[in-house]
Design a protein around this ligand. Structure first.
Ligand SMILES: NC(=O)C1=CN([C@@H]2O[C@H](COP(=O)(O)OP(=O)(O)OC[C@H]3O[C@@H](n4cnc5c(N)ncnc54)[C@H](OP(=O)(O)O)[C@@H]3O)[C@@H](O)[C@H]2O)C=CC1
Ligand SMILES: O=C(CO)[C@H](O)[C@H](O)COP(=O)(O)O
Length: 472
């Protein structure tokens, strides 16, 4: 017979992430128990456990809680929103003061702030933790972004460090700030994820228009993944081009609908960037392009109405591939720059104390946006932990400048050929604005004052001014 209080860790929600995270914990020597109301998921959990590990699945929440060691560590990996509140409500009568609840899903940080306050009053520790790496990451080593209750973090830290991805022996987990910080960092991680995915899809469009076959696209991305673009997203893109459809003779990528889905984190990043405000136009563009992808019926009509009459200058294939390589590299750096600038500002404005050196270190392994660029950013923050934008770091500047010429040529090519490349274009437009000592926004100030008496400042005399425009 099983004795009481034998399990180290409990999981609620045994879907893609919960099941794999729990199996990962078990492989690392922890005794784990999972709850899912769907009995089939409990059976599947136990059935996929590594022999010799201690894994149990139950269909009664109270049973799971009664079998946990005290103080209890309970994590949930359920859909964001109401399900998280429902789980908390069902846990409260079963838990005791000092127990720990962890929300590992993609919750909005404002929900996390609310839940932290609510549970603090009940003397229950609550942590919002971002988990990234998808199914494989959860199983073999995710990147983990904890925030909130520091005492609770110290309690679960050995477990999180054991299951996290490792880079050079260092676990990809660190305390990333107060209250909602873990979920804030994960939200911005996903914003950057959206941006890079958009940029890769534009690169694909340009190369496909130049006549590259799926085999050639595979080889190109595979080669890129051996160089400066080495990253998880480039690696899986190379694989995708090889995948054959099991229903037709086609490559799978060619029969997938071009309407892209989303669950909300990219949109939240854009929304919150505007609240701060911080400019993240590549992320905004990525969100907008997913939205536009949904206008399928209208796009079919517009394609007939506006069939392109533009013709790009013919560029030899290898030359074009090199331009796309640099353009994608340039725009990828710009995507990280915008997301990290947002975290810098949010950390201060929302009093979250997000340590950017730790954020980029945690992103080096396990997560969807892991890339060989991350150590460069780690160095940048080592030199200056208060760096407001990584574009101001000398090493980053050299990398950006090395790719700038080809990026401009690539964007000119895309514009001439009528290939949508809004993310790439937006990255260059941001770069050109960011490196402008004087922007043309003096004219906007003049217009605002002209029609609305909104006043303006001068470059030569301090103070605030208004002019009765046109009365000369
Ligand atoms: N999939 C991914 O790549 C990643 C997902 N995430 C986030 O992790 C979380 C979980 O995602 P994922 O595992 O993919 O989702 P799944 O849909 O695969 O699994 C969700 C699980 O939550 C359970 N559940 C839903 N509502 C409730 C509820 N009210 N009470 C108890 N259990 C509930 C479901 O149970 P049942 O089906 O039996 O109702 C299911 O087992 C989400 O927040 C997601 O955004 C984070 C990183 C990566
Ligand atoms: O968090 C994740 C990866 O980091 C999830 O896979 C998330 O669902 C991706 O976002 P979306 O579904 O909106 O594309």
């Amino acid at each position: 017979m099983m004795s009481d209080n034998i399990f180290d860790f409990g999981m609620i929600g045994l879907g893609v992430m919960g099941r794999n995270f729990l199996l990962n914990m078990a492989d690392n020597g922890f005794s784990v128990i999972g709850f899912d109301k769907d009995a089939a998921k409990n059976t599947a959990l136990e059935g996929s456990a590594t022999p010799g590990t201690t894994v149990k699945g139950v269909s009664e929440l109270s049973q799971m809680i009664s079998l946990l060691k005290r103080p209890r560590n309970v994590m949930m990996l359920v859909p964001a929103g109401q399900p998280v509140d429902d789980v908390i409500a069902s846990l409260l009568p079963l838990l005791e003061k000092g127990d720990v609840i962890i929300d590992g899903g993609n919750s909005h940080y404002t929900d996390t702030l609310r839940r932290v306050k609510y549970l603090r009053e009940k003397e229950i520790h609550f942590m919002g933790i971002g988990v990234s790496g998808g199914e494989e990451g959860a199983r073999r080593g995710p990147s983990i972004m904890p925030g909130g209750d520091l005492a609770a973090y110290e309690n679960v830290r050995p477990m999180l460090e054991a299951v996290a991805a490792k880079v050079d022996g260092t676990p990809c987990v660190a305390y990333l700030g107060k209250e909602g910080a873990g979920h804030y960092v994960k939200m911005v991680h996903n914003g950057i994820e959206y941006a890079i995915m958009q940029l890769i899809s534009e690169s694909y469009a340009i190369l496909k228009a130049a006549g590259l076959s799926n085999q050639q696209l595979h080889e190109t991305f595979k080669t890129w993944n051996e160089g400066k673009l080495k990253s998880f997203l480039v690696e899986i893109t190379a694989d995708i081009f090889l995948q054959k459809d099991d229903k037709t003779d086609a490559h799978l990528v060619d029969v997938i609908s071009d309407k892209a889905g989303s669950k909300g984190t990219g949109k939240w990043t854009s929304q919150d960037s505007m609240e701060l405000p911080v400019a993240v136009p590549v992320i905004d563009t990525a969100v907008a392009m997913r939205t536009l992808s949904g206008y399928k019926d209208e796009r079919i009509k517009a394609a007939a109405l506006y069939s392109t009459t533009t013709a790009a200058q013919i560029v030899p294939t290898q030359e074009l591939i090199d331009k796309v390589y640099d353009g994608l590299y340039f725009a990828t750096i710009l995507s990280y720059a915008q997301g990290l600038a947002m975290l810098f500002q949010a950390s201060k404005d929302l009093q979250m104390d997000i340590p950017l050196p730790e954020v980029v270190s945690v992103w080096r392994g396990g997560c969807i946006i892991r890339a060989s660029l991350l150590p460069v950013f780690v160095n940048a923050y080592k030199q200056n932990p208060e760096l407001s934008n990584i574009l101001l770091n000398q090493e980053v500047a050299e990398l950006v400048k090395s790719a700038e010429g080809n990026t401009r040529a690539l964007i000119a090519h895309a514009a001439q050929a009528g290939i949508p490349a809004a993310g790439l274009m937006s990255s260059l437009a941001y770069f050109d604005a960011y490196r402008s000592e004087r922007m043309p926004t003096n004219l906007i100030q003049a217009q605002r004052d002209y029609f609305g008496a909104h006043t303006y400042q001068r470059i030569d005399i301090p103070g605030t001014f208004h002019t009765e425009w046109g009365q000369q």
